[in-house]
Design a protein around this ligand. Structure first.
Ligand SMILES: [Zn+2]
Length: 248
């Protein structure tokens, strides 16, 4: 088993959340793959200029391809479950497709959304649940280590400060702080790579994402710190599987 498989719900989850983790591994020669469950059709913000709403899935698919290249992701599997409708889709089918991806790629570790979905997003929660089920269905010896991407209090505070740049309502997103096992603190180069990956998602440049770019301190706090939690506790297996010690 080798490599890292990330499983997320929307194009940009990988860049906003796990870019540091993903590029650190890809730069170190670890094969990194991404499964993304939807093409993000609900994220219409009238961007980029001149785009039409019905073009959004295609635009976001292209943005994901660009961001994956920035992050050094070796392969992207993009599904077409409905954005906002992952939960009402066939979860047994999704789980079976994830089992097939894991069998094909044989990753040493899988990272994805946990039961809080970061901020309670139903698509995040559901694809996370299917990922958990897929890993759990494998025979013990074939199971990759598993991590959930979470927020800790440091990150919640950072995001509230970032959102306060554009809104007085910093509780509009119900950010959930967890206890964490692993924190990836990004180097300056990794942070720059993450910003470039995020910038690929041009259709998703909402006000705070634009505003934060002129506040390097907030970029560092909000983007430079990636917490993960082991699920369940299989950390001991990682060292034997060539993943970086920062993620072990
Ligand atoms: Zn998302």
């Amino acid at each position: 088993m080798a490599g890292l498989l990330a499983v997320f719900a929307h194009p940009d989850d990988e860049s906003m959340g796990a870019a540091g983790l993903l590029c650190r591994h890809s730069r170190a020669g670890v094969p990194v793959h991404l499964v993304c469950a939807t093409r993000g059709a609900l994220g219409w913000m009238g961007k980029p200029d001149g785009a039409r709403r019905e073009e959004l899935p295609e635009i976001r698919s292209g943005e994901l391809t660009e961001a994956a290249e920035v992050l050094g992701i070796a392969g992207v599997t993009l599904w077409d479950y409905p954005d906002g409708g992952v939960e009402s889709s066939d979860q047994a089918e999704m789980t079976a497709r994830l089992v097939a991806e894991i069998a094909r790629l044989r990753p040493a570790a899988v990272v994805g959304w946990g039961p809080d979905g970061g901020y309670g997003h139903a698509d995040h929660i559901c694809i996370g649940k299917c990922t958990d089920a897929a890993v759990a269905s494998l025979p013990q010896a074939a199971r990759p280590a598993q991590y959930h991407m979470v927020m800790d209090q440091f990150l919640v505070d950072a995001y509230k400060d970032i959102i306060s740049l554009v809104s007085e309502d910093t509780d509009s997103l119900p950010l959930i702080a967890s206890d964490v096992d692993v924190i990836v603190e990004l180097t300056d180069a990794e942070l720059a790579t993450k910003q470039r990956a995020i910038a690929c998602h041009r259709s998703q440049q909402e006000d705070w994402r634009v505003a934060v770019e002129s506040h390097p301190d907030l970029v560092r706090r909000g983007y430079g710190h990636e917490p993960y939690v082991r699920f369940p506790d299989r950390g001991a297996r990682l060292a034997a599987n060539n993943l970086l010690k920062e993620f072990a």
